[in-house]
Design a protein around this ligand. Structure first.
Ligand SMILES: Cc1ncc(C[n+]2csc(CCOP(=O)(O)OP(=O)(O)O)c2C)c(N)n1
Length: 275
């Protein structure tokens, strides 16, 4: 879904640099490919560096305006191992859109925790049991870390395709680096039926677990607010990775989500230029 929406906006004149991960694996089973646009398989950690090189090469050839350049990586490839390459791409000011499809763990290699995995999620490296109730840390605030570099930043969600595509359009038009983090449930890793994917993605929005916002010219803007905020249990209880959670865990997550949401509301109202 993420790729379909990006390419609906970008069209055939789009060059894709793809980090190692689920997307690369399932879209290129040797000797076939699902891609009908120029596509480069980067290593796990360096799609942002490869895309930076593509940007420079197109400039050298005098054809930069003809192409959209997008780097795509999972959250492991973006939050953790590829973070240095992303930071370099942003700091050098390349005209590249980096899209992180955020399925909240290293899924391709069997559901290991990443810096994007939410607190208390059970993964193979943070297994819920007698010792710990799943991952012990909250996730890394990557959109803000990216925004501090001066890039155009947005969050998106596969359940809101028009919002996502409008942000992709804006990013491709922006003369500099941009970053979109798109919420993308993984039925295998989150242990929910595939047909609940969009329902779960909508619940992440309606519980304020994954807010939709932009940071443009350093100014934070909430794009939409849930008509009625739902309790986090509604989202968490539908997924096997959270099935061990007790009342106290729900309460801790709710408290954290509410505090974060209050912060975002204040930022939104302030109109403050953060970066
Ligand atoms: C340097 C390096 N370390 C480890 C791996 C093994 N590896 C390949 S894909 C992957 C996980 C990818 O996770 P993520 O970026 O979150 O994408 P997803 O699989 O969830 O789509 C790992 C650990 C690798 N290819 N290269």
């Amino acid at each position: 879904m993420v790729v379909r929406y990006i390419l609906k906006v970008g069209g055939p004149d789009t060059i894709v640099c793809n980090s190692t991960g689920c997307l690369e694996v399932f879209s290129t089973p040797y000797p076939r490919t699902s891609w009908k646009v120029p596509w480069i398989h980067a290593a796990f950690e360096n799609s942002a560096a490869v895309a930076s090189g593509v940007d420079r090469a197109l400039r050298a050839k005098g054809v930069r305006d003809k192409w959209n350049v997008v780097a795509i990586g999972g959250d492991g490839g973006s939050f953790d191992i590829g973070f240095g390459a992303i930071s370099g791409m942003l700091e050098r000011g390349h005209k590249v859109l980096y899209v992180c499809y955020d399925n909240e763990a290293y899924m391709n290699t069997g559901i290991q925790r990443s810096g994007a995995t939410p607190k208390f999620a059970s993964t193979t490296t943070t297994p819920a049991g007698k010792v710990i109730p799943g991952k012990q840390e909250f996730h890394k605030p990557l959109p803000f870390i990216v925004a501090a570099h001066g890039a155009y930043v947005a969050t998106a969600n596969v359940a809101f395709p028009h919002d996502f595509m409008a942000k992709v359009k804006k990013a491709f038009a922006f003369d500099g680096p941009s970053y979109i983090q798109v919420f993308s449930p993984c039925p295998t890793g989150w242990r929910h039926p595939t047909e609940l994917t969009i329902e779960i993605a909508k619940l992440a929005f309606n519980t304020n677990i994954f807010p939709l916002f932009e940071i443009e010219n350093g100014i934070f803007k909430l794009n939409r607010k849930p008509a009625k905020q739902l309790p986090v249990e509604e989202y968490l209880q539908r997924q096997g990775r959270f099935k061990h959670l007790k009342e106290e865990h729900f309460a801790e997550i709710q408290k954290h989500v509410d505090a974060e949401w209050q912060k975002l509301l204040k930022l939104d109202e302030s109109g403050l230029k953060l970066f």
